[in-house]
Design a protein around this ligand. Structure first.
Ligand code: PLZ
Length: 444
C-alpha cells in the first residue's frame, strides 16, 4: 500500500528557500489581519500552496514537514491519491442532492461499513453531519431522546467543539468560552484520569469520577457520559488502565449512554480502528470526524440501533450532512484502512517517536511524560522538581521547529504539551530530523 504521492518520502528534510514565514506569506497575512477576525487563530502563518504526503509547500516555495496534519485530519497523507481519485470521480457524478430529500447509496454503504468497524458486534446505525462539534451535539440529542434525562457529563481536560452546547462541555474557558455565554444548561464536568497529575490507578480514578456523578448530579438525571478515549486538545491524556471500562460499566448499570468522542483518536490514528479498542471499551455511541475523509468535511454518529432510533423522523440531519463527495473520500479511506497497512505504519511511528523521545528525556529533565498510541504521541513539559507546567517552553519548541521547517502543534490545558499528529506517510528519517530540531530547543 502506498500512503505517499508520486513525490514520496524521498525528501527527508524540509527545503527552506526563505525565512519562515516568507515574504509572500507575510504579505497575505497582513491582508488576512484586515479581512479575518483575530478570533480565528493561526498556529503558523505560512500560506499553503499545495501539499502531498507529509509535506506542505507554501506560497514562497518552502517545503515544510507537517507533523500536525491539520489537527489529525490528513492521517493517510495530504492529497492521498486514492482519496483524491474517489472524490474527483464523485464530483463528476453528483455533488449534492441532500440525503433527506433524494438519497444516494454511498451514504448507506458508509453507514454499513462503520457499523462493521466500530467496536462491538451489536446492531448499529449511523448518520452523517459536517463537523466534529455537530456530531457531539447530535449524540447528546439522541442520548436525551433515548433516556428522557437532561444532564450530559463531560470530563476534565475535554474538548468537544465550538458550538454553544460543546463550548459548555470544554474544559478550558479561555479561549473557547470567554465572552460567549450564556452557555447550555445541564452540562457537568467531572474529574478524569490523568496519571501524571493525579497519581491514581484506573479504578481509583473511576471511583472518583463516579462519586462526582452520583453525588453532584445523580445517576437518574444523567443522559450521557462523554469521553475522548485519549484526550486530544487536553494534551493526549491517556487514562490509567481500567479507568474507561469501569466508567462504562457504571454507565451501563445506570442506564446512562456512554459516548466515545473518537474525533481526534479514531480511524487508524492510534494503530487500531478506534482508540476505544486499546482500553477494551465498547461505547454505546461512537463519534467520528477529522480523519474519516482525509481532509474533506464529514462526521459520523454511530451507535446502538435502538438508541439511534430514538429521534423522530426529521429530527436529525442538515443540508450538507453526508455530502456525497466527502462520503466517496471516506470510502477510499476505509479501503486503505482495511488493507491493514496504515495500522502497521502507526505502530512504526509510535516506536520511532517514543524511542527518540525517551532518548531526549534522558538528557532533558523538562520532558516529564511521554504518552500516546500510534501516530498520536505527545510529551509534557514540566519543571522537574515540582512538575509545574512549562507552557512557554512548548510554544518556544513549536516556534523553533517552524523556523527549521517542521510544523509541530502544542496542546494541553496548561499549554505545556507538544503533540505529534503526523500523517502515516511520515518516514523514520523525517521523525529523526524533527527530534533533532526539538533537541535544539530544549534546555539541558
Ligand atoms: N472532539 C476530540 O478534537 C476538534 C479543534 C481545534 P470540529 N479538535 C480540534 C480547534 O482549535 O478548533 C475536536 C476534537 C474532539 C470534537 C472536536 C470538534 O470537531 O470538527 O472542529 O467541530
Amino acid at each position: 500500500m502506498t500512503l505517499t504521492t508520486a513525490d514520496p518520502g524521498v525528501l527527508q528534510r524540509p527545503e527552506l528557500v526563505t525565512e519562515i514565514p516568507g515574504p509572500k506569506s507575510r504579505e497575505i497575512h497582513a491582508r488576512r489581519e484586515r479581512a479575518v477576525p483575530r478570533g480565528v487563530g493561526c498556529a503558523l502563518p505560512i500560506y499553503v500552496d499545495h501539499a502531498d504526503g507529509a509535506w506542505l509547500t507554501d506560497v514562497d516555495g518552502n517545503r515544510l514537514l507537517d507533523l500536525g496534519s491539520g489537527i489529525g485530519v490528513t492521517t493517510l497523507g495530504h492529497t492521498q491519491p486514492a482519496v483524491v481519485a474517489a472524490a474527483k470521480e464523485q464530483l463528476d457524478r453528483v455533488s449534492h442532492t441532500l440525503f433527506t430529500v433524494t438519497p444516494y447509496e454511498n451514504y448507506v454503504r458508509l453507514a454499513e461499513r462503520l457499523a462493521q468497524h466500530t467496536p462491538g458486534a451489536h446492531a448499529k446505525k449511523t448518520f452523517f453531519v459536517n463537523s466534529g462539534a455537530e456530531a457531539v451535539e447530535n449524540a447528546v440529542k439522541i442520548a436525551r431522546a433515548h433516556t428522557g434525562r437532561r444532564v450530559v457529563a463531560a470530563l476534565d481536560h475535554a474538548f468537544h467543539g465550538r458550538t454553544n452546547l460543546t463550548m459548555a462541555m470544554n474544559h478550558r474557558a479561555a479561549p473557547y468560552g470567554t465572552g460567549f455565554g450564556p452557555f447550555a444548561p445541564d452540562v457537568q464536568r467531572v474529574p478524569n484520569s490523568y496519571p501524571l497529575r493525579d497519581g491514581l490507578t484506573g479504578p481509583q480514578a473511576a471511583a472518583r469520577t463516579i462519586e462526582y456523578l452520583e453525588q453532584r448530579i445523580g445517576a437518574s438525571d444523567i443522559a450521557a457520559v462523554i469521553a475522548e478515549p485519549i484526550q486530544g486538545e487536553g494534551g493526549f491524556v491517556v487514562p490509567a488502565e481500567g479507568y474507561l471500562p469501569a466508567l462504562q460499566e457504571w454507565a451501563t448499570a445506570n442506564g446512562v449512554v456512554f459516548i466515545a468522542d473518537e474525533i481526534q483518536a479514531g480511524l487508524g490514528r492510534t494503530g487500531t480502528w478506534f482508540a476505544s479498542e486499546l482500553f477494551g471499551l465498547v461505547p454505546d455511541l461512537v463519534l467520528t470526524a477529522k480523519g474519516i475523509a482525509d481532509g474533506l468535511p464529514l462526521a459520523g454518529i454511530t451507535g446502538r440501533a435502538e438508541i439511534m432510533d430514538s429521534a423522530l423522523p426529521g429530527g436529525l440531519g442538515g443540508t450538507f450532512g453526508g455530502n456525497p463527495v466527502s462520503i466517496a473520500a471516506a470510502h477510499a479511506v476505509l479501503d486503505l484502512l482495511e488493507t491493514g497497512g496504515p495500522f502497521a505504519e502507526a505502530a512504526r511511528i509510535e516506536e520511532a517517536l517514543t524511542r527518540g523521545l525517551r532518548e531526549l528525556a534522558r538528557d532533558h529533565a523538562a520532558i516529564g511524560d511521554i504518552r500516546g498510541h500510534g501516530a498520536m504521541i505527545a510529551f509534557e513539559l514540566v519543571e522537574p522538581s515540582t512538575a509545574a507546567p512549562l507552557a512557554g517552553l512548548a510554544a518556544d519548541i513549536a516556534a523553533h521547529a517552524a523556523r527549521r521547517g517542521v510544523l509541530l502543534l502544542t496542546a494541553g490545558s496548561y499549554g505545556n504539551v507538544v503533540r505529534f499528529l503526523p500523517s502515516l506517510a511520515v518516514t523514520d528519517a523525517q521523525i529523526d530530523y524533527a527530534l533533532e530540531v526539538i533537541a535544539e530547543a530544549l534546555p539541558d
